[in-house]
Design a protein around this ligand. Structure first.
Ligand code: GLA
Length: 779
């Protein structure tokens, strides 16, 4: 709901209130954002300004009783007394940098105009709650539009800002933030997610009591170094209790999130395009639109906030045919064969996949040009006939005839200097002529600021995607930017490269998704180097990390889950020792972790041991039965490896009739036998059947200890051990009981006793290093 009486603007969602007003001076004073309140007495929530303290400046002679330095503002700029993190920075043609944007008018509509170059949130109904406030600069003719979109059911408010040059001269826009959020107090914990390749989404908490904390990147992609999703929480917030704000940006390039505490103990948060690499020339009559920011608040802890974000992303970001479709179980060729692929090998792998229950076979890198390693051929999207003599179509037909869908890997934004494309169009590459180029994975980035390059990508990809019955595309992007330079833009426009690039990318993605609506697109950038709401506005899922180690993955997926629903997080079971860490984890744990994302496989099923293949087959069968719950249900976190030896999640179906729980331990601690599984999100009054499937253990896992229960002596590592291991397994525990939702949630279920140096029997929970369990609940 949007209320606009007396120039007080109150936006209400199901559980939150957002309020600001116009001051007599024309500035917008931010009054409140948080838990829903009845805002009858506006006076009660506004600051009383009677004088300006020494050493601060008076805004004007007329308004000499207040200072912009000590005011909660809705939109701020440097100057006129405000010395904190601004929302806009403009260099006017006369060199003046001061701005003073004051209220001009407002409008409430039920529409949402599309951004010219950027993706944004949407509502299937086509009806919106939209407030637009127009501000006008006091000295120049420029205007700012503040747009607010209220998504009541998921407690989300989206914001975007438009700058309009109303003067007769060009200006340089050095900053335009997407959202500003002022609080009259401080002491927030700023949570951001950092990392590197294979180490995405590592949570970091910083208590900001003075100064400024910034999470940002200039890598040219939203990046694994700092994801644009961040949280602000008040003291004492936990997964289930306390006040948490979640903030994201619908953008895939350089971004900036800052929380600054002022001298007067107020806090100001801003997010938007990173000003560090940005300057944009806006000519008279032209405008510039910021990316859309997404804000949510919950007083029910991090889980409450995540629920809001998950609902929002599922309903108002993800689009297209795959939005509500259950995703197929795929087998990807990368870790099975890397670049060393050919038709025979791929078909064999696909056959093994089919036997195990795989539904979609994906050929990764290596199929085009002379692509035998990562040194050449990016840009030349022509099939390598030595590897695939029957072309994509021939291979695809063979895969389809096995009863599998066929998918393909591409990296359209890149070029190797050793490629026909580069030889023909060196000016299409982002590089500074005459400078030695800073290489990354031996490849350069195509200059997507150029329409001709966008057209090349659209047409070359269209011809690949239509050359066979392609059901799935993995769209990769494997290097970061370091030197932004377009050979086609003028010197004064070089500060626009990063932004123009991502807008060019969005045009390509939008067009290809429109041309190929049936294809399931998966984003990727060396794993999760571009995992953001911009990409998710076109592609419904993203390869979350090249790290498939189950321990790392549990941490990484836990990180993503704060801001992103788990059906956007693609997760594969891979071989052990793991190719990124050389760690060995149980196969069931690798599956259990993957099952909480969009589960797939990335290993050589054709060469796996028989009992492993049988286990994989059983996993896929189980996953197919439960994937609707896992992919569409509500996901909650309990414990995690940051603060505990255990990670614990649960996914609950929309109707609360079914749920799957996950529990995993990092390292065994001896003689810690008792554990309790605690659920979330169930119907407290319903009775659930709580159960697990008993596991069968290889006797070799028990070494010589097996002799304490074996009727005959089994020498470790002997032939006899090998033979017995083939036929005899040790049964593990099962859980099986009827228990009420309230008990499951508030008390938890006490699990069977874990192995503690003694107790080799089927009532014992064998829980080795990296052991895990799935628990099922049905009513
Ligand atoms: C990136 C991706 C991998 C794989 C390789 C292929 O690293 O993240 O999954 O596709 O590229 O070169």
């Amino acid at each position: 709901m949007i209320q606009t009486e007396n120039n007080n603007f109150i936006l209400t969602t199901e559980n939150t209130t957002y309020a600001f007003r116009v001051l007599p001076s024309g500035h917008l004073e931010h009054m409140y954002y948080g838990r829903k309140i009845t805002l009858k007495n506006i006076d009660a929530v506004t600051e009383k300004h009677a004088f300006v303290p020494a050493n601060s400046t008076q805004y004007s002679r007329e308004f000499d009783h207040f200072c912009l330095e000590d005011l909660c503002l809705e939109f701020s700029s440097y100057g006129k007394g405000d010395i904190w993190e601004p929302s806009v920075e403009i260099v006017h043609s006369d060199g003046v940098r001061t701005c003073d944007f004051l209220f001009e008018k407002f409008e409430v509509t039920d529409t949402k105009p599309e951004y010219k170059m950027l993706p944004g949130s949407y509502d299937e109904s086509g009806k919106y709650e939209h407030l637009c406030i127009t501000l006008k600069d006091k000295f120049y003719n420029h205007r700012i539009e503040l747009h607010y979109y209220v998504y009541s059911q998921c407690d989300v408010i989206c914001r975007s800002v438009k700058f309009i040059n109303g003067g007769n001269e060009s200006v340089v826009l050095n900053r335009l933030m997407s959202a500003q959020l002022d609080f009259s107090d401080s002491g927030f914990t700023f949570t951001s997610f950092h990392g590197a390749w294979a180490r995405e989404m590592q949570r970091s908490d910083a208590l900001v009591t003075q100064g400024k904390f910034v999470s940002s990147t200039v890598a040219g992609v939203s990046s694994n170094r700092a994801n644009p999703f961040v949280m602000l929480s008040r003291e004492g917030a936990t997964e289930d209790y306390g006040e948490v704000y979640g903030i994201n940006l619908i953008y895939s390039s350089n971004h900036y999130e800052a929380l600054e505490v002022t001298a007067y103990g107020k806090s100001r948060f801003v997010n938007g395009i990173n000003p560090a690499t940005f300057s944009y020339v806006v000519n008279p009559g032209e405008d510039f639109e910021s990316p859309e920011a997404v804000l949510t608040y919950s007083h029910e802890g991090f889980n409450g906030m995540s629920q809001n974000m998950h609902h929002f992303v599922k309903n108002h970001i993800i689009r297209g045919e795959w939005k509500n479709k259950v995703r197929p179980v795929l087998l990807n060729s990368w870790e099975a064969a890397y670049f060393d692929i050919n038709e025979r090998k791929l078909v064999n792998l696909a056959k093994a996949g089919k036997d195990a229950g795989i539904e979609l076979f994906v050929m990764d890198d290596g199929w085009f040009g002379e692509r035998n390693d990562d040194h050449r051929s990016l840009g030349d999207w022509v099939v390598n006939k030595k590897k695939l003599p029957n072309g994509l179509e021939g291979l695809c037909k063979k895969i389809n005839s096995l009863g599998l869908d066929f998918g393909i890997w591409v990296e359209p934004e890149m070029v190797n200097t050793d490629s026909n494309l580069y030889r023909a169009h060196p000016e299409w590459s982002i590089e500074i002529p005459g400078y030695e180029h800073t290489e990354g994975r031996n490849q350069r980035i195509l200059d997507l600021t150029q329409t001709a390059v966008q057209d090349y990508i659209i047409e070359s990809m269209s011809s690949v995607f239509s050359s066979a019955n392609i059901a799935y595309v993995k769209w990769d992007m494997n290097r970061i930017f370091t030197d932004f330079y377009s050979q086609k833009l003028g010197a004064e426009n070089q500060g626009e490269v990063a932004h123009r690039y991502v807008c060019g990318l969005y045009r390509c993605m939008k067009e290809l998704v429109k041309r190929f609506p049936h294809i399931l697109f998966e984003g990727c950038s060396a794993g999760g180097n571009r995992f953001d709401l911009g990409i998710l506005s076109f592609f419904p899922q993203i390869w979350a990390s090249d790290d498939t180690d189950a321990v790392c993955r549990a941490e990484i997926q836990n990180g993503y889950s704060y801001g992103y629903p788990m059906n956007t997080v693609s997760a594969h079971v891979s071989a052990c020792p793991n190719h990124q860490t050389l760690r060995t984890t149980p196969l069931e744990t690798r599956f259990n972790v993957s099952a909480f994302g969009v589960c797939g496989y990335e290993c050589n099923l054709a060469e796996m041991k028989k009992d492993e293949v049988a286990a994989v087959k059983a996993q896929i069968e189980l996953y197919k039965k439960w994937r609707e719950v896992l992919q569409t249900g509500d996901f909650y976190r309990s414990r995690n490896f940051l603060t505990s030896n255990t990670t614990e999640w649960i996914c609950v179906s929309k109707d609360k009739k079914k749920a799957v729980g996950f529990m995993m331990q990092k390292l065994v601690r001896p003689n810690t036998r008792y554990e309790c599984f605690k659920a979330h999100g169930l119907d407290p009054d319903a009775e659930y059947h709580f159960y697990s499937f008993g596991m069968k253990y290889n006797i070799k896992n028990f070494g010589s200890l097996v002799n304490t229960v074996s009727p005959i002596h089994i020498k470790q590592d002997s032939l006899l051990e090998d033979i017995i291991a083939k036929f005899v397994k040790i049964d593990g525990e099962t859980e099986d009981c009827l228990v009420n939702g309230d008990t499951l949630m508030y008390s938890g279920v006490k699990l069977k006793q874990a192995f503690a140096g003694t107790g080799l029997n089927e009532e014992t929970r064998y829980y080795p290093d990296f052991g895990s369990r799935l628990y099922f609940m049905e009513c």
